[in-house]
Design a protein around this ligand. Structure first.
Ligand code: GLN
Length: 545
C-alpha cells in the first residue's frame, strides 16, 4: 500500500510549496522509491488551460495531454517522472464529477454535500493515482494558503485520510515562514505558531515544518518552534534561500528531511544516491562559460509564464558548462520602432516563445527576420515556428501579406491555417491538439543530429499548423522541413541550412527538459549561442573587449 504525504503552506502565498514537494520527491527518488506527485488546486476552472498566463503562469502540458498547473513542471523536473493528467486535481474537476454523478442518480436520492461527497471524490482521486502509478509514495500538494476558504474541502479530505490510512501511512508537511523583523533582524517564530494553530483548528497537526528563512535557523529557534508547534526538533527543517532552486533538495537532505520522512513512514531505503544531483548543482553554481539568450513572448512581464522555457535554458547550460542569462522581451515592444539590433544588443541567441492571438506577432516576426539575416541562433517554439514560417514566406518567398489565419481571416497567403480536425470546435477547454505526438526527422538535418534519432515524440498544444499548400514554395526558397508527423500531413519542425542555428518546432520541447537530461534542441541553441558569442568577441576591436 502507498504512503501519503501532504504538503500545505501557511503565512504567505508563494512560499515554495511546489519546490518543497518537488524536492521531497527528489529525496525519495534518490532512495529508489516510486513517487506520484499530485497538485490539489482550489480553483474552479476544470483545468489551467483556460487561465490567463499573466495571472496563473504557464500552462504545463503532460504526456497524456492534460493542461495543468506549472507546479507539475517542477515535479517532473525534480523527480524525473512523467506526471499523469490525474496528477492535477482541481475543485472544478471534483465538482464536475460529483455533479455528473448526481445527475446520473448515482447517489440514490441522498442530499449531495461537501462532506462526504466532495471529500470522498477528492480522496478517491488521490488513492486512484497511487494505484495508477503503482506508487510507493504519493505526495499531494494543496494549493493556496491555510486559512483560504477555497481549500477547506481539500484539507478536510486529507484530514480524513489520516484516520483511514493510519499514522504510519500518512504525513503532514507544513511549509511556513520564519521572518526577521525590526532593526536587529530578530528571527520571529510567531507567524509559524499561528499558521500551525490554524491548521490544528481544522484537525491537522503537522508532522514536519519546513521553515522558509533568509538566515540559518539556530538550534534554539528550532527548539522553540518544536515546543510551540508540537513537532520534534529534527522535524523542523531549515529552508534557506538557495543559489539555484536545484540546490533545495541538497539543503533538505543536509537538514535531515529525507531521513526523518523515511523513518516516520517506515520506508526502508537500501541506498541514497545523491551524486548526480550534486554534480548538476556544482555546474549550475560555478559554470566556466556564460551566454545571454533573449526570449521574445507575449507574457514576459510574469516571470512564471514561460517557466519551463526558462528552466530548459538553464538545463541546457549544464552540458555546455555555461550559465544562461535570459533577457525577457515583451513582443509588442519589438513593434515600438526601436530597431531589433538595439533591442537584441549583446544577445547570443533568441527564443521566440509560444503564444496566442494578434498582440505582438509583428514584433516576433521582426525579431526572427533579424536573427535569420545576421545569423543569430534561433529557436522558435510553436507560435515561434509559425511566425518563422510567416517571416520566411513574406521576406524570402515574396508572399507579401502572408500570415496566420489565427489573426487575419483571409490573408492573401494563409501560410498557417487551422488544423482540419479543429474546424467546428467551439469549446475552448481541452480541445487543442494536446499531449505527446510522434514525429519523423529527416536524416542529416540539425534536428535529427541533435536528437540522435529519426523518430521522436514531443508534447503539443496548438490549433493551427503550417498550410501544406505552401510547403513547396517554402522549400524551393531554402527552408527545410526537418520533421513531419508519421502520416506526412503535419509539419513538425523546420530549419534553414547555412544559418548557424535556425530551428523551429511545432511542439513544446520545454516540457520534457530535465536538469539531468537537458533537451537536445535547447542544448543545440546554447551551444550555438556560445559559438556566436566567441565570434562576436573575436570580431570586436581589442579595446572594446
Ligand atoms: N496559437 C498557435 C496555435 O494555436 C500556437 C500555439 C502555441 O504557441 N502553443 O496553433
Amino acid at each position: 500500500m502507498a504512503k501519503f504525504i501532504f504538503v500545505t503552506g501557511g503565512v504567505v502565498s508563494s512560499i515554495g510549496k511546489g519546490i518543497t514537494t518537488a524536492s521531497l520527491g527528489r529525496l525519495l527518488r534518490n532512495r529508489g522509491f516510486t513517487v506520484a506527485p499530485v497538485k490539489l488546486d482550489p480553483y474552479i476552472n476544470v483545468d489551467a488551460g483556460t487561465m490567463n498566463p499573466f495571472q496563473h503562469g504557464e500552462v504545463f502540458v503532460t504526456e497524456d495531454g492534460a493542461e495543468t498547473d506549472l507546479d507539475l513542471g517542477h515535479y517532473e523536473r525534480f523527480m524525473d517522472v512523467n506526471c499523469s493528467g490525474n496528477s492535477s486535481v482541481t475543485t472544478g474537476k471534483v465538482y464536475l464529477s460529483v455533479i455528473q454523478a448526481e445527475r446520473r442518480g448515482d447517489y440514490l436520492g441522498a442530499t449531495v454535500q461537501v462532506i462526504p461527497h466532495v471529500t470522498n471524490e477528492i480522496k478517491k482521486r488521490i488513492v486512484d493515482l497511487a494505484k495508477e502509478q503503482e506508487a510507493d509514495v504519493v505526495i499531494a500538494e494543496i494549493g493556496g494558503t491555510v486559512g483560504d476558504i477555497e481549500s477547506l474541502p481539500f484539507l478536510e479530505a486529507i484530514r480524513q485520510m489520516r484516520t483511514e490510512f493510519g499514522l504510519e501511512n500518512t504525513l503532514y508537511v507544513h511549509v511556513t515562514l520564519v521572518p526577521q523583523v525590526g532593526p536587529w533582524h530578530e528571527v520571529k517564530t510567531k507567524p509559524t505558531q499561528h499558521s500551525v494553530m490554524q491548521l490544528r483548528e481544522i484537525g491537522i497537526a503537522p508532522d514536519v515544518l519546513v521553515c522558509r528563512t533568509e538566515v540559518p535557523l539556530a538550534q534554539e529557534v528550532k527548539e522553540k518552534i518544536s515546543l510551540f508547534c508540537g513537532v520534534p526538533p529534527e522535524a523542523v527543517i531549515e529552508s534557506r534561500n538557495a543559489a539555484t532552486i536545484y540546490e533545495v533538495p541538497l539543503h533538505y537532505e543536509n537538514d535531515g528531511l529525507g531521513e526523518f520522512v523515511c523513518k516516520r513512514l517506515s520506508l526502508e531505503a537500501t541506498h541514497n544516491d545523491l551524486d548526480e544531483w550534486k554534480s548538476i548543482v556544482k555546474t549550475l553554481k560555478s559554470p566556466q562559460n556564460q551566454c545571454r539568450i533573449a526570449v521574445v513572448g507575449k507574457y514576459t512581464s510574469n516571470g512564471d509564464s514561460y517557466k519551463s522555457i526558462a528552466e530548459s535554458l538553464i538545463h541546457a547550460g549544464i552540458p555546455n558548462d555555461c550559465s544562461v542569462d535570459i533577457t525577457w522581451i515583451e513582443s509588442d515592444t519589438m513593434e515600438s520602432g526601436r530597431p531589433p539590433e538595439e533591442m537584441l544588443k549583446g544577445v547570443d541567441g533568441l527564443v521566440v516563445a509560444p503564444g496566442f492571438g494578434e498582440r505582438g506577432i509583428e514584433g516576433k516576426i521582426e525579431a526572427i527576420r533579424y536573427a535569420r539575416e545576421i545569423g543569430l541562433p534561433f529557436l522558435g517554439i510553436c507560435y515561434g515556428l509559425q511566425m518563422a514560417v510567416v517571416e520566411f514566406a513574406r521576406n524570402m518567398c515574396g508572399l507579401t501579406g502572408a500570415n496566420t489565419e489565427e489573426v487575419v481571416a483571409n490573408p492573401p497567403y494563409p501560410v498557417i491555417h487551422l488544423l482540419p480536425e479543429q474546424k467546428g470546435v467551439a469549446e475552448k477547454g481541452a480541445t487543442m491538439r494536446l499531449g505527446s505526438w510522434p514525429c519523423n526527422l529527416v536524416n542529416g538535418t540539425i534536428a535529427q543530429k541533435l536528437y540522435g534519432s529519426t523518430r521522436i515524440t514531443e508534447r503539443h498544444r496548438h490549433r493551427y499548423e503550417v498550410n501544406n499548400d505552401f510547403r513547396e514554395k517554402l522549400t524551393e526558397h531554402g527552408m527545410v522541413i526537418s520533421g513531419v508527423s508519421p502520416d506526412y500531413r503535419l509539419v513538425e519542425m523546420i530549419e534553414i541550412p547555412g544559418h548557424p542555428f535556425f530551428v523551429g518546432t511545432q511542439a513544446h520541447p520545454e516540457f520534457k527538459s530535465r536538469p539531468n537530461r537537458p533537451h537536445p534542441l535547447f542544448q543545440g541553441l546554447v551551444k550555438a549561442a556560445l559559438v556566436h558569442k566567441r565570434k562576436a568577441l573575436a570580431a570586436q576591436p581589442v579595446e572594446a573587449i
